[in-house]
Design a protein around this ligand. Structure first.
Ligand code: SAH
Length: 393
């Protein structure tokens, strides 16, 4: 059992009681049993001593405790992590995920601040809090035993670690192995570069949404804005697109997209260009270019609540531009991956962009993150990716 006990302030603690695992420093009334070190396991109780849960502590972070369990009898040890990680795998297996998927989605899997992606037999790990960092070696040894991976790589080059008093770092967590390799993603061949790639190398959260291009891409001229390594482009091509233009501001991403096109027999219809969407879209509107299908999957324009207003302007501008480029009857697949951009705000801004572009749109589907990124309703931060497939009339 843990020695230190964190006592919460009196008052409404509904958020925590109902399932949110974060306890902010200003919600703590007192700590008994000695001042815990950063990363120490502590018990959390209500003011009336009622047990709430057990988690790891970090005095340097605004999030002072992240709860790992609400079961008083559960010890936090190697077995705890093994049971949780195996449960994560079982959940995904049941949903049909075997090959490339997010094995652990942090708070969504009751393993706060831990992200593990699997690409065939290679694993990429992120420990984004001090408490989770402490268990990294244990987690790596569990992965080795449970999955017999070819290799494990750390992509902890994430600025959020600074808020936890951690440095950014990347590197092997297993014997060195080839960090550039090909995967087969639902019939499309893609090269993953674990070292140079963005985030963990590939965006698994869009897995099912790429399938939304089926049928609508047949014979279509497609524009994939913010294409990164060309995954949506290649799915459109696989689904019979006549021609696909992919643009991204990152030269590395475009080079990788070109390489990915060359790995697939249908890739020859793709053309990738390094360009800034905010520059080329207005220019193409002026030139009266047109497309049957446009994919808009920009990076998160805001990572904080205070940045929403300017993010809305950014999203609205690009949606407005592409709506003008879509032929009557064509499709727009538009996304926001910012948690702070709620579904309601996002729908409103796309709808306003359509009005401004003098286009009527019809919602074909509402889209969200893949099922290996489960959303826990009582932890709003687990819900971040939202999108619409729209028919543009
Ligand atoms: N759709 C991709 C992921 C896109 S991530 C996939 O499913 O794999 C967002 C991409 O937008 C990144 O590759 C980033 O380089 C690119 N980007 C950011 N700002 C941009 C801009 N102004 N114009 C074009 N691309 C941009």
């Amino acid at each position: 059992m843990s020695e230190a006990v964190v006592i919460l302030k009196k008052g409404k603690m509904d958020r925590i009681v109902n399932g949110h695992p974060w306890i902010y420093g200003n919600e703590i009334d007192a700590i008994t049993g000695g001042q815990p070190d950063a990363g120490a396991i502590v018990d959390v109780v209500m003011k009336n001593q009622k047990f709430l849960g057990r988690g790891y502590f970090n005095p340097k972070s605004q999030i002072a405790v992240r709860l790992l369990t609400r079961n008083r009898a559960e010890k936090i040890d190697e077995d705890f992590f093994r049971t949780r990680i195996v449960a994560c795998r079982d959940y995904r297996k049941k949903l049909g995920y075997n090959e490339n998927y997010r094995v652990v989605f942090g708070e969504g899997d009751s393993l706060p601040a831990l992200v593990i992606d699997k690409f065939h037999d290679v694993f990429v790990l992120q420990t984004l809090s001090f408490g989770m960092e402490r268990w990294k070696e244990v987690i790596v040894s569990i992965l080795k035993k449970e999955f017999s991976p070819r290799g494990i790589y750390e992509r902890n080059d994430v600025p959020v670690r600074k808020l936890e008093g951690l440095e950014e770092r990347t590197g092997f967590l297993s014997d060195p192995f080839a960090t550039t390799f090909n995967i087969d993603e639902l019939g499309v061949r893609l090269q993953i570069d674990l070292v140079q790639g963005q985030k963990t190398g590939f965006f698994l959260d869009q897995k099912e949404n790429r399938l939304a291009l089926k049928h609508i891409s047949e014979g279509a001229e497609v524009l994939d804005c913010f294409c990164y390594t060309g995954s949506f482009s290649l799915f459109a091509a696989a689904f019979g697109a006549k021609y696909v233009t992919g643009i991204d501001v990152s030269e590395e991403a475009v080079a990788q997209a070109k390489q990915n096109a060359s790995l697939n027999p249908f890739g020859s219809v793709c053309d990738f260009q390094c360009a800034n969407a905010f520059d080329v879209l207005p220019q193409w509107v002026k030139e009266k270019k047109s497309f049957d299908v446009v994919i808009l999957d920009p990076p998160a324009f805001t990572k904080s609540r205070s940045g929403i207003e300017s993010a809305v302007r950014g999203y609205k501008e690009i949606n407005l531009r592409v709506l003008k480029l879509i032929r009557p009857g064509g499709s727009l697949l538009t996304f926001s991956c910012s948690h702070f951009m709620s579904e309601v705000i996002f729908q409103k801004l796309v709808s306003e962009a359509a009005v401004d572009a003098h286009r009527m749109v019809r919602q074909v589907a509402f889209l969200s993150q893949s099922k290996d990124h489960p959303i826990v309703w009582n932890i709003p931060e687990t819900n971040y990716l939202k999108g619409f497939l729209l028919q543009v009339l």
